[in-house]
Structure formats: C-alpha cells, structure tokens
Ligand binder design. Structure first.
Ligand SMILES: *Cc1c(COP(=O)(O)O)cnc(C)c1O
Length: 366
C-alpha cells in the first residue's frame, strides 16, 4: 500500500522519490534535517511571512531559525525582490521555503535563481497546491499534505518528494526513525486552537498576545513530527481518486465567485496554473472584519487567513506586503459546501457590508 501511494505521488508530481510522513509539517522537517547535515554552518530558513504557523514551528524543531521574508500583496506568495535583498545581506541561509499559497504557484524561476546565487536549498511547499501545473519543477524537495482543508483531504498525511537519490535516501532514514503519532496529539492540537483564538480575541489591543501562539508551537514537537500510520495510506489513495474531479469543481466555483464578486473587492491574482484552495479576496481593511462576521452570522464560513506569522515568533520587523494581506484578505470556501446559491448569497452579504460602511463612514469603497 505504501509503495502504491509513493508511486501515485511520484506520478502526480514527476518526482521519482517519495518519503511518506504523518503530516505535511513533518515532511518539511525531514528536508530541513537533511539539508542541515549537508551545510551545518548555515542555520537560517526563509519563511514567507504570509503563512500558517506550522512551517516556522518545524524550523525551530529542526534546531534552525525562521527568517521571515515579505510576500507579494497581489498573491500572498514569497516576493522575489524581498528574497533577493534578504539573501544578498546574509550568508547563513540554509534553505528557502516557497509555499504555493492558496493553491497558486509562487514565482519559482525568480526564487530558484536567487537560491542558486546564494547556495540555499529550496523547498516547494505544495500543501495547498496538489494538482497545480509545474509544482515540484524547481525545488530540491517538494512537500504535500493530506490534512484538514487540503485539496485532497484524508484526515492527515504528508510526503516529501525529490528527484535527488541521495537526498531521498537521507530523508527516508529520517522518516524511518520517526515515532508514531502520540495519543496526546489531538489534545495538543486543541491547546493550539484554543490558544490561537484566545490570543486573537485580544491581539488588536495587546499585540504581544501573538507570542502565546508561538509558545504553544515551540512546546510540543510531537504535535508536528510523526510517521504516517499504515491505516492512512489507503485513505489517501482512495481520496486521490477524486483529485481530477475535485480540481475541476474548485475551478468552477472560483469562476462563480469571480462572477458574483465582480466589482466587490479585488480577487488575489490567479494565473490559471493553480488549483483554488480558497477564494481569496482583498477588501478595504476597515470592512474586512465586518464582512467576515456578517458571513459567519449567516452560517457561511469565512476566514481572514493569513495574518503575518512573524509576530507569533517574536519578530517585530515590518513586512508591508504581508501586513497588507493580513489586514485586507477574506477567504471563502471553494469545497463542496460552496454551491451556486451560497456563492451568490456571500457576494450579496459582502456587498451590503461595503455599501453600509460607505453610508456610515461617508467613504466610497472600490
Ligand atoms: C497545511 C499546511 C502545511 C502543513 O501541513 P500539515 O499536513 O497540516 O502538517 C504546510 N504548509 C502549508 C502552506 C499548509 O497549508
């Protein structure tokens, strides 16, 4: 079953070697451990500032240091100009992690060229982008996830893929040495969730509350690092049978959002090469939180992911692109809950919030 899953993932990405892991986050950790063996004098790992907390958390659990880099506010992906400037300043960068955020491929030719110049390894984080065109072409290692909310959701699982046989063998050794998922993992995940929401309820007034989230991330490596359970293998294989259909449905729903939201907010740039993970829309920052609450009150899920990840880890530098995303983004679901009626209703609700805000505040929103 494992071999069948490995072959399937190699077939999907064009990368011949595959190490299976308990989570996508574990797969990032595998790659980092192997890179660190090759270049022990380098300890920095570049992480795009618009991202969830698990990649920077596993950087720390690999004994390395996250170095945040700004993102492009039009896409949420790593900004090649900011990366080039950062790499020119430092000689301690082991690796750059480029995520294909919201399923949209990052600017890999420019990112890979910057990595080549500085001798840094490159990870493509395709946790949200399984099935997008060209994924895995540039990275030394490409990682996938089958966890909650991913394109193919199987209740958990991850993989690290590469075309380099030596990296592959070293990653497999790390994967074989992993423990099983702890019976406490779901309690740790619950602690993370409750801490995150407690911090979020106060961080506008007390920004230092963001460090509570980082503290939970650092506390328990077993939240992130474990092997793939045999029972997950079959679940992932059968979930993958829906991949083509899932992608087609997501593309249709994103197109329906484009039509419904024409003139309401600004959708994130999509090239057509990506797989919509969520429908991402930039709203005027004064209106975003109102729009998210109005949607939730109507029983429609919406999120404001991602806030800048840097402050969770005690980094208080300014990242203008990532902060603009954090203040303005609204994420809407493109999974099978998003039928045509719900998409229309979402657009009507957001439109009402914007016109209401304009009427109240005397402002006109574009
Ligand atoms: C979900 C996710 C991860 C981690 O995957 P898990 O399977 O949850 O560990 C890493 N990077 C990105 C961009 C993700 O969305």
């Amino acid at each position: 079953m494992r071999t069948r899953l490995e072959s399937r993932l190699s077939g999907l990405t064009g990368l011949p070697y595959c190490a299976l892991t308990g989570r996508g986050a574990t797969a990032i950790w595998l790659a980092l451990k192997v890179f660190a063996e090759r270049a022990p004098e380098r300890t920095g790992v570049v992480i795009p500032v618009t991202l969830c907390t698990s990649p920077p958390a596993v950087v720390i659990h690999a004994g390395l240091t996250p170095v945040f880099c700004d993102t492009d506010p039009a896409t949420g992906n790593l900004c090649p100009r900011a990366l080039t400037a950062l790499l020119a300043e430092r000689d301690d960068i082991l690796c750059v992690l480029a995520a294909h955020l919201f399923g949209e491929p990052a600017d890999m030719p420019a990112i890979a060229a910057a990595c080549d110049r500085s001798g840094a390894f490159l990870i493509e984080d395709a946790a949200q982008a399984l099935g997008a065109d060209g994924i895995g072409t540039y990275g030394d290692v490409t990682i996938l996830s089958f966890g909650h909310t991913k394109i193919v959701e199987a209740g958990g699982g991850g993989a690290a893929l590469t075309r380099d046989p030596l990296l592959a063998a070293a990653m497999q050794r790390q994967a074989d040495a992993l423990s099983d998922k702890s019976p406490k993992a779901s309690a740790w995940a619950e602690t993370y969730r409750s801490t995150y929401y407690a911090a979020q309820s106060v961080w506008d007034r007390s920004p230092e509350a963001k460090e509570w989230v980082g503290a939970v991330c650092r506390a328990e490596p077993g939240l992130y690092l474990y092997r793939l359970a045999e029972s997950q293998t079959g679940l992932i294989l059968s979930a993958l049978e829906r991949l083509d259909l899932e992608i087609a449905c997501r593309c249709e729903r994103a197109a329906a959002y484009d039509r419904a939201f024409a003139g309401i907010g600004t959708p994130l740039n999509r090239t057509g090469a990506g797989v919509p993970w969520r429908y991402g829309l930039m709203l005027p920052e004064e209106a975003r939180d109102h729009a998210a609450s109005a949607l939730r009150e109507a029983g429609i899920d919406a999120s404001s992911w991602y806030p800048s990840a840097a402050p969770f880890f005690g980094d208080t530098h300014t990242y203008p692109g990532g902060e603009a995303i954090g203040r303005g983004i609204l994420n809407l679901w493109v999974d099978d809950r998003a039928d045509a009626e719900r998409i229309e209703r979402s657009a009507a609700i957001v439109s009402n919030v914007l016109t209401g805000a304009a009427a109240n505040g005397g402002r006109q929103y574009g």
